[in-house]
Design a binder for this molecule. Structure first.
Ligand SMILES: Nc1ncnc2c1ncn2[C@@H]1O[C@H](COP(=O)(O)OP(=O)(O)OP(=O)(O)O)[C@@H](O)[C@H]1O
Ligand SMILES: [Mg+2]
Length: 302
């Protein structure tokens, strides 16, 4: 019988879910340092870092073109200052023109729902490749793979954007039910299928806090963090999109047995300490033979 999980038994896949700016990367970076301090081989994996990493043409070319296409689909139908947004086709031009930075300055208005709906599927496709060709081999080598953002987040946002545009657009080619129909199996593949991590952590907390932290960090919400391509940019669009995401994340975490770390309006060190306690206990449960939680030892002391 074929056991798709067996090959992954040697390593451990850890992934963080949560709304934009809620502190996933902050906690994830501390976890990486903590695990390395205990002698484990830890590999942080993001799709973005694979674009310029030392990887063979397969899968790197596919990861590059799919990456550019998610943005192209999200913004291709959008209008900025009366013109459709046009993005470069080649990765070399993409980096030379700093296309992602340029997108950050757009004030795009309503695109067609076909863009974000297709973006959700391309985002999914890219993550299928990333998992099979980058994450899984690292697990087979016995490494701890830490994914600071579980990619379900991005796919969900694109799907929510498509839903918003479908509802707002009387001429939409799809009904909200049809969009939902397409999303369900994708969600199941993330939650209970091959893409699901060994240890999944939902970083939960008020979206207003996430907004406050994001504004403190970069002065404005990011290009993919509000509903700007549905005509709702800025703080209001951020709260609307992130609140809808947070509701879906709760349901997802409950359905698929993810642990929940709730952040508070407290110093970052306090939230990180509680988060690390929770995650390390969960890792110790998942891999008892690693002896991570030797009794009486304060893991932060080293
Ligand atoms: N408990 C906290 N108190 C104050 N600020 C915090 C706290 N946790 C995180 N921050 C700050 O909030 C900002 C966003 O955090 P971070 O980048 O870790 O979020 P994220 O969930 O990874 O966001 P994204 O989804 O965009 O990747 C950072 O500036 C971080 O320092
Ligand atoms: Mg992050």
């Amino acid at each position: 019988m074929f056991h798709p999980q067996t090959a992954e038994r040697r390593g451990l896949h850890i992934s963080f879910l949560g709304v934009d700016g809620i502190g996933k990367s902050t906690l994830s970076e501390q976890l990486v340092a903590e695990l390395r301090g205990r002698g484990l081989t830890v590999t942080p994996v993001t799709w973005r870092s694979c674009l310029d990493a030392d990887l063979p043409a397969w899968p790197q070319q596919a990861l590059r073109t799919l990456w550019m296409d998610t943005f192209r689909l999200l913004f291709g139908g959008a209008v900025d200052r009366d013109e459709h947004v046009i993005l470069p086709e080649r990765y070399e031009e993409w980096t030379a023109q700093r296309s992602e930075d340029q997108l950050g300055r757009l004030r795009a208005t309503a695109s067609s729902p076909s863009g974000p709906l297709a973006a959700a599927l391309v985002e999914f496709a890219g993550n299928v490749v990333l998992h099979a060709e980058v994450i899984r081999p690292a697990l087979e080598r016995g490494e701890v793979v830490v994914q600071e953002t579980f990619p379900y987040k991005h796919v969900l946002k694109e799907y929510l954007l498509a839903s918003e545009l479908t509802t707002a657009n009387a001429n939409s080619p799809y009904s909200p039910e049809e969009v939902d129909f397409l999303f369900k199996p994708v969600e199941a593949f993330f939650g209970g299928g091959a893409l699901s991590p060994d240890v999944g952590i939902l970083v939960d907390g008020p979206v207003e806090l996430a907004l406050q932290w994001r504004l403190g960090q970069s002065g404005a919400v990011g290009v993919l963090e509000d509903l700007r391509t549905a005509g709702r940019p800025g703080d209001e669009g951020f709260i609307a999109l992130q609140s809808a995401s947070a509701r879906r994340f709760h349901a997802f975490a409950q359905k698929y047995g993810w642990i929940v770390h709730t952040v508070r309006d407290a110093p970052v060190e306090e939230n990180v300490r509680r988060g690390l306690d929770l995650v390390l206990a969960e890792i110790a449960r998942a891999r008892p033979s690693w002896s991570l939680m030797t009794s009486g030892t304060d893991f932060r002391a080293s």
